[in-house]
Design a protein around this ligand. Structure first.
Ligand code: GDP
Ligand code: MN
Length: 394
């Protein structure tokens, strides 16, 4: 799950990382009030504020979602403009307002889960402020990689080495401390990615008005591990439904595990292992599954109906295979759900149903009365659904 810059920055601050102050505004008036405060800050060397769209996509700068404003009026106007934008299909509902930094140097620093080595990995570069993928293409030598054992963490010597390799110059101590802080943020929140771009040396007005430089997290992107959300009760509130596929939102509402695929045979199965097996057998029968769908144990009829709606939302689906092994799940409940779902169905798609286990006989009677096509074995069900998708008889 991706979270917004402002929320990511709050997680960084909680781990003691240096982040310039900010406020979140939902209206131009709120943005103006925040701007008045930051414009009056004696440390602000630019005399301006920065206003940034809070949307879950990269490259907001290029899309017109990051702008500077030099007065309260200007801030209100700019905020109104940005709040009216749609960036890469996402509406801007909030903006971040902060003092506009006087940027001296822009770096890139991130820590992420590297699945191929089963370790965590830092990626750093002195070429910050631009997309790291672009740097990797144009100037791969400018990127530094450092693997970390999740149990050992980043020892001081490794943090210093990383900081020197990236080239923070006089700010190497701060760079090393920030690297350690990013790892702490990652582990404390079960994040998959903590990315700072730019990590910037900025210049501020010191006590006597003399310029003082410091290294700060100017932008922040954090991706949380969905499977660990249950361990962090506060994180669910950070979810932005605008950025999610409506099918995913619907699936979560009914506790369904749904993954859309490219084929044309919709699959409704209970249990992840059985769902995988069902997909394998559809493939072996010459078909292509349209989705992975696990309706879970003890699925009641409303969940079955919701699962059917999800499958049918995919216009590619030409046939549906229902494969239920009744353990805790009762076959007759599923059958009732299917009958209810078909009654509401707007699109007529052939369906092949195999229900075995608990209350299979009751299920069979219900399905027969409702004139559903059934199958006794999974092989038969797979063959029949493939034939149905092709419009031929099995
Ligand atoms: P992104 O485009 O979504 O990654 O948004 P960023 O927060 O990284 O902003 C994009 C770019 O805008 C940065 O690389 C900076 O060059 C610039 N920028 C962002 N904040 C400030 C700021 O406070 N002051 C100045 N001068 N430029 C900024
Ligand atoms: Mn950025």
């Amino acid at each position: 799950m991706k979270i917004h810059e402002a929320d990511a920055k709050a997680l960084l601050v909680a781990q003691g990382l240096p982040v310039p102050p900010w406020e979140v505004a939902r209206t131009p008036t709120q943005a103006r009030a925040a701007a008045v405060k930051f414009l009056a800050d004696p440390a602000n060397a630019t005399g301006k504020v920065v206003i940034k769209a809070q949307v879950l996509v990269g490259g907001r700068g290029k899309a017109g979602g990051v702008k500077l404003a030099g007065s309260a009026d200007d801030a209100e106007d700019v905020a109104a403009q940005i709040l009216a934008l749609e960036i890469k299909g996402l509406p801007v509902r909030r903006v971040l307002v902060g003092p506009a930094a006087e940027i001296v140097t822009e770096y890139y620093l991130s820590v992420l889960l590297d699945r191929s080595t089963k370790r965590l990995m830092f990626i750093g570069s002195a070429e910050g402020g631009v997309e790291i993928e672009q740097v990797a293409k144009d100037n791969p030598g400018a990127i530094v990689y450092e693997h970390v054992d999740p149990l050992l963490g980043l020892p001081d010597y490794a943090a210093r080495e990383l900081a020197f390799k990236i080239g923070f110059g006089a700010h190497w101590k701060a760079g090393a401390a920030i690297a350690k802080g990013l790892l702490k943020t990652m582990l404390a929140n079960d994040a998959d990615l903590v990315e700072i771009n730019p990590l910037a040396v900025i210049s501020e007005h010191g006590a006597q008005g003399t310029p003082v430089e410091r290294l700060v997290c100017l932008d922040a992107k954090i991706t949380l591990d969905d499977s660990a959300l249950a361990r962090h009760p506060g994180h669910e509130a950070l979810r932005d439904l605008d950025a999610e596929d409506p099918a995913d939102v619907e699936a979560r509402r009914y506790d369904l595990t749904f993954i859309k695929l490219d084929g044309d045979i919709g699959c409704m199965v209970n249990g992840a292992g059985l769902a995988m097996t069902t997909m394998d057998l559809v493939k072996r029968a010459g078909g292509e599954p349209a989705n992975f769908l696990d309706i879970g144990g003890g699925a009641k009829s409303d969940r079955v109906a919701a699962a059917m709606r999800l499958i049918l939302e995919d216009a590619n689906v030409k046939a549906i295979l229902v494969n239920i092994f009744g353990g805790i799940t009762r076959g007759d409940e599923v059958a009732r759900g299917l009958i209810e779902a078909r009654a509401q169905q707007e699109r007529d798609v052939p369906m092949v149903v195999r229900i075995v286990g608990t209350n299979a006989a009751e299920a069979a009677a219900l399905l027969e009365a409702a004139r559903f096509e059934t199958a006794a074995t999974l092989d038969e069900a797979a063959a029949k659904s493939v034939a149905a998708a092709r419009g031929t008889a099995a």
